[in-house]
Design a protein around this ligand. Sequence first.
Ligand SMILES: *Cc1c(COP(=O)(O)O)cnc(C)c1O
Length: 384
Amino acid sequence: MKRVYMDHSATTPVDYEVVRVMTETLTNNFGNPSSLHAFGEEARQALLKARKQLAALISADISEIVFTSGGTEANNMAIIGAAQARKNRGKHLITSAIEHHAVLNTFQSLQNEGFDLTVLPVNMVGQIDPQDLQNAIREDTILVSLMHANNEIGTIQMIPALGEICRSRGIIFHTDAVQTVGRIPIDVKELTVDLLSLSAHKFYGPKGVGALYVRNGVQINPLIYGGGQESKQRSGTENIPGIVGMGKAAELAEKYMPQRLEHLQLLGQTLFNRIMNEIPEAYLTGHPGARLPGHISLVFPGIEGQSLLTFLDAEGIAASGGAACSSNSFAVSHVLKALSIREEVAASSLRLSMGKDNSIEDIDYVMDVLPKLVERMKLLWVLQ
Ligand SMILES: *Cc1c(COP(=O)(O)O)cnc(C)c1O
């Protein structure tokens, strides 16, 4: 059976070049970078090389990169670390309604500890109005965290404008850029951010490794204490193979960025046009223009999204929806809810997120399967 992977916003396959350098590191470079002997020095060199590769990808300085165990830890570290470091100046925090749970639940924990939280709304295509941010800022606001691109609906936020507002008021600004780093060009200075989270497994690197960009001069409290690695900001012996793999993935992302972007834009446009022409029930969610390349998020009113995903999976097509299923109860996506989409409609969501290895043939296959499935399921829904 043909298999088509269109769930790159969940995770990406590890690039062969990345596997090669990771295997090489695991095999021949096992030293502890804190050791003073030659084995330690080799590990230190590998760490430095990866730091340079990653810093180059986002136009940061090597002193501004803190390696973490992934995007979730980077978000926790940014939010808790910044809030704790500034709690004597104020207790007010700002985020948005469409953040990843690694951000939302972290803010929730701070709220439980006595911080004040404002959650900004988004418009029908998932964008934050900079005026809403202006209005939400108070004398005691110490931290703002707004994501770069949303994983479910692909909408890209106007981060430079939002960052500018925070900077002019002296407020720390964090962005969860896990969906954009390695996929679209990123320059931390253009974005006007103080803190930025990223994760290797979203750009063809390994799982369990990521980083937090901490702008020079910005102080945050550590989340993890110990031997003082990563300039005392994140203790624990470094995950050298993972970090080396992320460095290689960053190097490849920078090198092939123009080709990958062009390819994904073509695939995205082709799939979107075909769906709009061939499936009358389909509606795009998120922003039509300002969105991740190759990311198509849809709702099919009158169709049960979970079943659609199951049927697609049976045909070898891996995609995902907006609804998170836990212990038999289907929770409607907080992101689609924030777009004011009705609950019944939100339950019909489908996300097709393509990657560098997808092809026009993959789209042909999806379009052989999807329109017929939607047609059949519409009938099922009517008859039940
Ligand atoms: C995947 C993802 C995360 C979590 O990153 P992990 O490395 O899997 O912990 C956080 N935020 C966004 C937007 C993501 O897409």
